[in-house]
Design a protein around this ligand. Structure first.
Ligand SMILES: CC(C)(COP(=O)(O)OP(=O)(O)OC[C@H]1O[C@@H](n2cnc3c(N)ncnc32)[C@H](O)[C@@H]1OP(=O)(O)O)[C@@H](O)C(=O)NCCC(=O)NCCS
Length: 183
């Protein structure tokens, strides 16, 4: 299926999309991480709601990207496409739209964080004119994330009280999923 044959629509995320989108994050291999619970997403929506985009194909959300503008740089988070819809230009469409919206806000430079092992993502961004920099990300968790969340990775969505620490090393299985080896 080529992109011309898709009836793809790119639109802004709505909180009603949360369940589908959080499930997509897991299915795309992005996981369910600190800041992905519904309360955190609602907080994110108080800033740049116009930069959080979904790609919809025949009523199904098949891709998503969460953009942010901190006043200095534009940031790209959570770019993901459902495995069955990859290589059809969907991520490209999401990033095109995000860049247009960022430019409108006055963003001069956009950055994204990509794990060094994520060769597909690095290739995707470099094909779109992004420089792949040799940098090391540093991070520190400043508080406990202790949210009652629906865990979308479990069949039927199970409610669970979880505390998740960001920055945990990713297992080989997760790395494989992100690279489309295991779908
Ligand atoms: C990275 C990802 C978002 C790309 O989504 P996509 O919709 O398949 O990307 P596109 O179809 O727009 O790809 C555009 C170009 O990127 C490159 N690309 C994308 N997937 C590729 C792959 N599996 N192998 C090699 N190149 C690839 C190609 O240059 C491609 O152009 P082409 O198809 O004409 O060759 C998707 O693979 C994904 O969801 N991966 C898991 C989550 C992830 O890693 N997100 C990024 C976190 S930083």
């Amino acid at each position: 299926m080529e992109v011309e044959k898709l009836s793809l629509k790119i639109r802004e995320f709505d909180i009603e999309d949360y369940k589908q989108v959080s499930e997509l994050w897991v299915k795309a291999g992005l996981g369910f991480r600190l800041g992905d619970d519904i309360d955190s997403v609602k907080t994110k929506m108080t800033r740049d709601p116009d930069l959080f985009l979904v790609a919809v194909e025949r009523g199904v959300i098949v891709g998503t990207v969460m953009g942010a503008w901190d006043g200095r740089r534009g940031w790209i988070y959570h770019l993901g496409v459902l495995p069955a819809y990859r290589r059809k230009g969907i991520a490209g469409r999401l990033i095109d739209e995000l860049e247009v919206r960022m430019k409108r806000k006055g963003v001069l430079k956009v950055n994204g964080l990509v794990y060094s092992w994520n060769v597909i993502s690095k290739r995707f961004f470099s094909e779109r004119g992004y420089k792949v920099l040799d940098m090391t990300e540093v991070e520190k968790q400043l508080g406990q994330w202790n949210h009652k969340v629906i865990d979308p990775s479990r069949e039927g969505g199970r409610e669970a009280k979880r505390t998740i620490a960001e920055g945990q090393p990713q297992s080989g299985a997760r790395a494989g999923r992100l690279n489309g080896k295991k779908q």
